[in-house]
Design a protein around this ligand. Sequence first.
Ligand code: ADP
Length: 357
Amino acid sequence: MGAIAIRNVVKRYGMGARAQQVIHGVNAEIGDGEFVVIVGPSGCGKSTLLRMVAGLEEISGGEIAIAGRVVNDIEPAQRDIAMVFQNYALYPHMSVFENMAYGLKIAKVPVAEIKVRVDKAARILELGALLQRRPRELSGGQRQRVAMGRAIVREPQVFLFDEPLSNLDAKLRAQTRLEIQKLHHELGVTSLFVTHDQVEAMTLAQRMIVMNAGRLEQIGTPEEVYQRPATTFVAGFIGSPPMNLLRGQADGAQFSVAGHGLALPAAAPRAGELILGLRPEHAVLSRSGNAGWPLKVEMIEMLGAERLVYGRVGDSLFTLRLDGTLAPPKSGDTVSLQMAAQHLHWFDPTTTARVGR
Ligand code: ADP
């Protein structure tokens, strides 16, 4: 059915000497009915990849297949996909019903069938009472739902979402996220969703593709990506505040950061130059005096449920997340940190890839 295969896909913009490659051989298999989020910083190639699936950009190399059919040379309208954009551009002079029905009318779907499909989409999106309104009589969130309705009525094999929530305020964004989850639960249509927001990616994705500079860094469930980041880029991009990354020399259970020797709870996977990663919530303040790592506290942020403690281990910046109900240290204090062996992450400084476990 609606599975998507992305095989060695390359994208170049421009011709000849001016050609610039922006996607460098991406591979991903998206299962039928799966909800996959493509996430990465601005300019990493997320939209370009999505637009190649949609057929709005030519594919410079490799191939894309939808439902088992290679679509490289197939027109967007023939790909059986529906796209939801950030700028949802409804027709201002048409009612909600007419906006949702328009594409079907053009495709010459019988009137009775159009009514059934629009009513079904309106029920799912809770737009039933608004069908006769004009877009200007709707809130931003309602307009976004109409835009989704327009995609739903086409009953495509694949939904493609290009940052559809960016124009909404934070509260509405969270609410619309829940609606999209509900929608996917009800319809089970294969979906590819692009966002630069890692929280949005974590909450929506069944699996996520993390991209950086035109390359796929990791593909996995939110848990896999958070718990076992494949590269230092993923470690620093997913999670807020990001994973602490300390560059140093490992030798068994000894790790030296800028000449400052630190005792590890378990041996490093190999000796030599390595990057140690540690999530802010996985280092705890030690009460047993100088048994742990010394952290010189510089600043503390109270966020309610938790406190963020910013400081330095040697010269390296280090962030610690503390339960908000615990008594915090003061800035200027040197506290002692402890961590458990299972929370240490190791990366190769040359390749940036995960090492060991
Ligand atoms: P993202 O969606 O991750 O922000 P894009 O896919 O929009 O990134 O862009 C990826 C890269 O391709 C960027 O460096 C961007 O400047 C470049 N790019 C995008 N569209 C074009 C275009 N039409 N012509 C030339 N370069 C482009």
